[in-house]
Design a protein around this ligand. Structure first.
Ligand code: C2E
Ligand code: MG
Ligand code: MG
Length: 286
């Protein structure tokens, strides 16, 4: 117990310097629309590249950051970094950022978000804020109300890990959510457990009535994907498509669908023809 307490105290101390030493990095995991078979957004997932311990999982350090209040400056860095990086992506691709309930209790989150989108030059509707139910348990109506102004700027909200906590349906009605993310625990045994399929089907139906989208988290197999399609789930996220990857790999992940989106010809001679055509068009405009 002593050892555990010491290692926690060390981690707590090191967290403070990690931000100034630029040891944090955002990885991005694609979220894929099942109808269009295209990436619609990326979820920003925080990584800590520790100088001696290597990559540390957020599951290990986020709870400490929340307890110490360090999540406030760290969360602000995440929001600013994610918005800045997303501003360079194609316009139809959004970014989802996880926000802890502590950020809402102990800071003016709405101002932080407005600052982040403004300085990045990102359209508000390209940002999705992911919150878990703890936001409702630990915040006052006034705190939550302050977030609603972001909704007017087009910022969207997703209910993360749905199904794990109290899953009060009242929360879904009391806040303008655009998405419900079904927790991985319901997806893992989707192919062989009738009960999990019943839960997913119920959430899909509920979301449809409430005009919300549904994202299935932690999709790892084709059998799960098949079931999700059959149940009418709109989007998926999971290792089956891709784990979270560094920002530098976003272009590579988007490349195949981009070719489709702008209907680029596959033959190597044709892109040149497109370029010549646009140059000629530009000359005509002059
Ligand atoms: P989350 O928001 O529910 O994120 C999804 C987690 O599931 C990520 O873990 C992701 O890597 C993992 N995952 C995705 N697909 C699969 C799959 O097919 N199979 C399995 N087994 N796992 C999958 P990660 O990156 O370790 O993050 C864990 C949690 O840490 C996140 O859960 C989120 O609650 C928290 N977190 C991460 N980044 C941030 C952040 O910037 N701010 C805050 N407040 N929390 C964060
Ligand atoms: Mg999330
Ligand atoms: Mg989740």
């Amino acid at each position: 117990m002593n050892e555990r307490m010491q290692s926690r105290a060390t981690l707590e101390r090191e967290l403070q310097s990690a931000l100034t030493n630029q040891e944090f990095e955002l990885y991005y995991q694609p979220i894929v629309g099942l109808k269009e078979n295209k990436i619609t957004s990326f979820e920003a997932l925080l990584r800590w590249r520790h100088p001696t311990r290597g990559m540390i999982s957020p599951a290990e350090f986020i709870p400490i950051a929340e307890e110490t209040g360090f999540i406030v400056p760290l969360g602000e860095w995440v929001l600013r970094q994610a918005c800045t990086e997303a501003a360079s992506w194609p316009e139809e691709i959004s970014v989802a950022v996880n926000v802890s309930s502590v950020q809402l209790t102990s800071s003016n989150l709405a101002n932080t978000v407005i600052g982040a989108i403004a300085s990045a030059g990102l359209q508000g509707d390209r940002l999705i804020i992911e919150v878990t139910e703890s936001v409702f348990l630990e915040n006052t109506a006034a705190n939550l109300g302050s977030l609603k102004c972001l909704h007017e700027l087009g910022v969207r909200f997703a209910m993360d890990d749905f199904g794990t906590g109290y899953s009060s349906l009242g929360y879904l009605l009391s806040f303008p959510f655009s998405k419900i993310k079904i927790d991985r625990s319901f997806i893992s045994d989707l192919a062989d457990k009738m009960e999990s399929r019943a839960v997913v089907r119920a959430v899909v139906d509920l979301a449809r009535s409430l005009k919300m989208q549904v994202v299935a988290e932690g999709v790892e197999t084709n059998a799960q994907l098949e079931q999700l399609r059959r149940l009418g789930c709109g989007e998926m996220q999971g290792y089956l498509f891709s784990p979270a990857r560094p920002a530098a790999e976003i272009d590579r992940l988007l490349a195949p669908q981009h070719k489709q989106l702008v209907k680029l010809p596959v033959s190597p001679s044709q892109p040149l023809a497109v370029a010549r055509h646009s140059k000629a068009a530009a000359r005509r405009r002059v």
